[in-house]
Ligand binder design. Structure first.
Ligand code: NDP
Length: 274
């Protein structure tokens, strides 16, 4: 029997860590799968999906196709419906099913790996793009005392707050209007990609503040360097989120939960981190 086919689609995709992550999950759990990275041109996504699912079993979707995948799904999980984006696809009875495991990946990393209690905490989420929207419901489900969404374009933060206020105490802010220290700050802006840090007023970070950047890399991100300079309690990158969202997708496809710890450790070692 040939192994079941899986892949991640995006553009760019060459540096994706997903094939390595899923191959390690498969090895660890004895699952016979093949997982590749597929670069798809902007206009070709729909056709590429159709082609893949003639034989393929499941897909991960990354930048810039998560919203398109959401639109093309025949059925959406509740969390994907709310996220407005899909990062995991499979076929069920001829129907394309879309789910989103990013938010669950973030919360699993925070709560299980970092042993961080979100309940009753003051949480600040920076950004109001696709990544922020995808994590809002799982974060609110952890019961923070208050969650503030701050964004450069205030109107986008306000839209998210309107959408997610049924799920918990959430309010919108500009960066400048933020006051007081937070217990947890999550950076879901893409500012770190350009080596930038959102212009946050002094005092949002105190000695007890945990800082989390969804971005990751061999070197500490611009946001985490900034947070450290402000005396944050700890500065965590998004590699754990990446591995945990992959584990959830693997579970949805295969019905088996991989152990994420050795995979995360191997990735950190490869990146020269210990
Ligand atoms: P989007 O393009 O959808 O949103 C970008 C967000 O960043 C917007 O809120 C935008 O503000 C803000 N922003 C961009 N540049 C700046 C800047 N210079 N200063 C302040 N704010 C800025 O991106 P995504 O939401 O898809 O991704 C955000 C980040 O999350 C990326 O770095 C991505 O790599 C990471 N990510 C990590 C994952 C993981 O598994 N670890 C999973 C998913 C995402 P405005 O609205 O004003 O334009």
């Amino acid at each position: 029997d040939s192994p079941d086919q899986y892949a991640v689609m995006g553009n760019p995709i060459a540096h994706s860590k997903s094939p390595r992550i899923h191959r390690q999950f498969a090895e660890q759990t004895g699952q016979q799968i093949e997982y590749r990275a597929l670069r798809v041109d902007e206009g070709d996504f729909e056709q590429a999906l159709e082609h893949f699912f003639k034989q393929g079993k499941g897909l991960n979707i990354t930048v810039p196709f998560k919203q398109r995948a959401w639109q093309l799904s025949g059925r959406l999980s509740e969390r994907a419906q709310l996220a407005g984006a899909v990062n995991t696809l499979w076929m069920e009875g001829g129907v394309l099913v879309g789910d989103n495991t990013d938010g669950c990946g973030l919360v699993t990393d925070l709560v299980q790996n970092q042993r961080l209690l979100i309940n009753a905490k003051r949480v600040l989420l920076l950004g109001a793009g696709g990544a922020a929207r995808g994590v809002l419901q799982p974060l609110l489900a952890e019961g923070p005392a208050k969650l503030v969404v701050a964004n450069r374009t205030l109107a986008r933060a306000q839209e998210l707050v309107e959408l997610f206020s049924p799920f918990g105490v959430v309010e919108a802010s500009s960066f400048e209007a933020l006051r007081g220290a937070f217990d947890l700050i999550i950076n879901a802006t893409s500012a770190s990609l350009e080596g930038e840090v959102p212009p946050l007023p002094p005092g949002v970070v105190a000695g007890h503040t945990h800082c989390y950047d969804m971005m990751y890399g061999a070197e500490p991100t611009a946001f985490n360097r900034w947070a450290k300079s402000k005396g944050a309690k700890d500065c965590i990158d998004g590699l754990g989120m990446l591995v945990e969202q992959a584990a959830e997708a693997f579970y949805l496809w295969r019905g088996v939960r991989p152990d994420t710890q050795p995979v995360l450790a191997a990735l950190r070692a490869e990146m020269g981190q210990t």
